[in-house]
Design a protein around this ligand. Structure first.
Ligand SMILES: Cc1cc2nc3c(=O)[nH]c(=O)nc-3n(C[C@H](O)[C@H](O)[C@H](O)COP(=O)(O)OP(=O)(O)OC[C@H]3O[C@@H](n4cnc5c(N)ncnc54)[C@H](O)[C@@H]3O)c2cc1C
Ligand code: SF4
Length: 567
């Protein structure tokens, strides 16, 4: 009895990444004694960013990836070579330790540890538009969203002010403005590109909208956050707390309330279900090091382990009431997996501007919002794509780091060089029941938990869209007068966009969806899922800002319901 009392909280949050951090902040600030459980190691703000201040020559492999390191991405070593280098403190998971299975190729990029992928994300932050919430219903795809843009707009504003989003107000319907901190500057080449693309093709270009403090507010400063220094070393962890991460922003805010208990190394294996009360009573966890099993109890549970992991926990939580997984009355749990398809775009060399320079390392690029199937534009496929683009001096992509050393470096930096520009599309993937993840019936990891299996692929809709993603990029570079234009449409497997979504979707009808309009499990009202699993469609803009807004909105609802004794 005593042990049960000690392990009892008002709320439990599973996962400490982007959405879990928000859940913990909001729950504690609204007065709830909250336990946040994280399966990975504790990564402390600043002190555990051990590579943050290192110069290139202080790394054994000069910041590149050894064969041994890329092999830890066992499902795709080539991807490991691209993103798993020695600069990132081992923040990405070692897939040899954390394997998954693929019926069809899938990229599952995870970070287990305090902050989850909030330490590693690209910080691109965009609101969805009105159409994004309407398209399924209009086109008869999957199910209708149970909410509209207007339901989320105030919550976007709320989270943006706290997170700190820099960007340029444009007044475009396709890309609603956020509450912005000052925008980053375009380079001279991007200014030229924007002008030509607007004149010749009537396509809009804006500066990327990013979760960086270009001008911190008093609220940011009070949390110990500081202005972005434009070093572009963000994936190493930011000692200035200048980009939005759990460590820099939501965790210190939750800790300030003194109502947060944070436990790392605790793998949540199951949600405990009390069939008599039709409520979740708490969670079962296993310590990742000792394998000791414990239970924690609470009035409400927020699932924020990342779309796939949250759904895996639900699928693993079986009972006589939920024989195929927690809340799975609809049979949709694990289905409708989406992402943003990428690896299609173009690169080019720029003509002119050899005498122009830029200063600092802007951690950002340009953004071109969706224009296909928008307004009068009609294509053979549904939905659309946006572009993220970058420009720089040739050989200067990573500042002076890539130019060499000593006399050679001095010689090279005194010579002006040409410019290059590249851009890649991020395309919407339609929700399809046959695209799914499930738990393998017999294969287990070292903790005895079933391995996740992915069975998902692009449909013809996305394959058609990719042709435009490659061709349009080349067309825009041509309009800008660039040379040596190379368009590409390379291999892409779902998950490669690291925006996996949709495996416990929201909807109006419990027969066809897992969650209601408040992210509540239809069949068990004290469990909320507010990470990407809840998404009913995927838009083409980066999703994390929307997870933040949905989480803050769901917590507000949950706490009001608790006060009314409805939960
Ligand atoms: C390189 C990279 C670039 C990206 N760029 C962008 C971008 O520019 N814009 C954008 O919007 N998004 C971007 N993303 C995606 C973004 O990081 C995710 O959308 C976001 O982090 C998801 O938040 P989350 O809370 O759902 O999950 P996460 O941030 O992944 O956090 C989940 C947490 O749950 C923990 N966990 C998992 N399972 C369990 C368990 N069983 N028990 C306890 N804890 C558990 C994990 O260890 C982790 O800490 C990027 C991602 C990567 C890797
Ligand atoms: S560029 Fe800005 S946010 Fe990124 S590491 Fe440097 S100071 Fe931090």
């Amino acid at each position: 009895m005593n042990a049960k009392a000690i392990n009892t909280y008002d709320a439990i949050v599973i996962g400490s990444g982007v959405s879990g951090g928000w859940a913990a902040k909001e729950l504690t600030e609204k007065g709830l004694k909250t336990l946040m459980l994280e399966r990975g190691r504790d990564i402390k703000h600043v002190t555990d960013y051990t590579t943050a201040m290192k110069a290139p020559w202080e790394f054994q492999y000069r910041g590149r990836t050894s064969l041994a390191q890329s092999s830890t991405f066992s499902n795709n070593p080539a991807r490991g070579a691209r993103i798993g280098n020695e600069e990132v403190n081992g923040f990405f998971v070692n897939e040899l330790k954390h394997p998954y299975l693929e019926d069809k190729p899938f990229r599952w990029t995870r970070a287990y540890g305090t902050g989850g992928r909030s330490l590693l994300w690209g910080r691109q932050a965009y609101r969805w538009n009105e159409e994004d919430f309407l398209a399924n219903a209009k086109e008869g795809i999957a199910v209708d969203w149970p909410i509209r843009y207007a339901d989320l707009a105030p919550w976007y504003s709320y989270v943006e002010k706290f997170a700190g989003i820099s960007g340029q107000k444009e007044g475009w319907e396709v890309l609603p403005d956020s509450e912005f901190l000052p925008p980053h500057d375009f380079t001279c080449v991007e200014k030229h590109f924007k002008q030509k693309v607007s004149e010749k093709l009537a396509r809009p270009v804006t500066i990327g909208r990013v979760a960086h403090l270009t001008k911190p507010t008093a609220e940011h400063l009070a949390l110990g956050r500081a202005q972005c220094q434009a070093r572009n070393r963000c994936e190493r962890g930011c000692p200035f707390g200048a980009y939005f991460s759990t460590q820099a922003a939501t965790l210190p805010a939750a800790q300030k309330t003194k109502r947060l208990t944070f436990l790392s190394d605790k793998i949540v294996t199951e949600i405990l279900y009390d069939s008599q009360k039709n409520r979740a009573s708490g969670v079962r966890v296993m310590d990742q090091n000792t394998k000791k099993v414990e239970e924690y109890y609470a009035k409400i549970v927020f699932l924020n382990a990342g779309s796939v992991a949250s759904t895996a926990i639900m699928l693993h939580s079986k009972s006589s009431r939920f024989p195929t997984g927690f809340g799975n009355d609809s049979g949709e749990l694990g289905h409708n997996i989406m992402d943003h398809h990428l690896n299609a775009g173009a690169n080019a060399s720029v003509v002119g501007f050899e005498d122009s320079y830029y200063f600092g390392r802007r951690p950002n690029g340009i953004y071109i919002p969706r224009y296909r199937n928008w307004g009068n534009d009609k294509r053979s496929y549904l939905r659309g794509f946006g572009y993220q683009g970058w420009s720089g001096r040739s050989g200067w992509q990573r500042g002076t780091d890539s130019l060499g050393f000593g006399a050679d470096l001095k010689e090279k930096i005194t010579q002006p060089g040409g410019w290059w520009m590249g851009m890649g599309g991020f395309g919407e993937i339609l929700p399809r029941h046959q695209n799914r993840m499930y738990l393998h019936p017999t294969e287990r990891d070292q903790w005895g938990l079933p391995l996740v299996v992915f069975d998902a692929e692009l449909s013809d809709n996305e394959i058609q869209m990719r042709k435009d993603m490659a061709n349009d990029a080349a067309e825009m570079f041509e309009a800008a007068g660039f040379k040596n234009i190379v368009s590409y449409n390379n291999t892409y497997a779902i998950g490669g966009g690291v925006h996996e979504m949709g495996t416990a979707r929201m909807g109006r009808d419990p027969k066809t969806s897992v969650l209601n309009e408040w992210n509540q499990v239809h069949a068990c009202k004290n469990v909320f899922v507010t990470d990407g699993a809840c998404m009913t469609s995927s838009s083409c803009v980066n999703p994390s800002l929307t997870y933040m807004a949905l989480t803050a909105r769901a917590v507000d609802f949950a706490v009001k319901e608790l006060k009314k004794r409805n939960l």
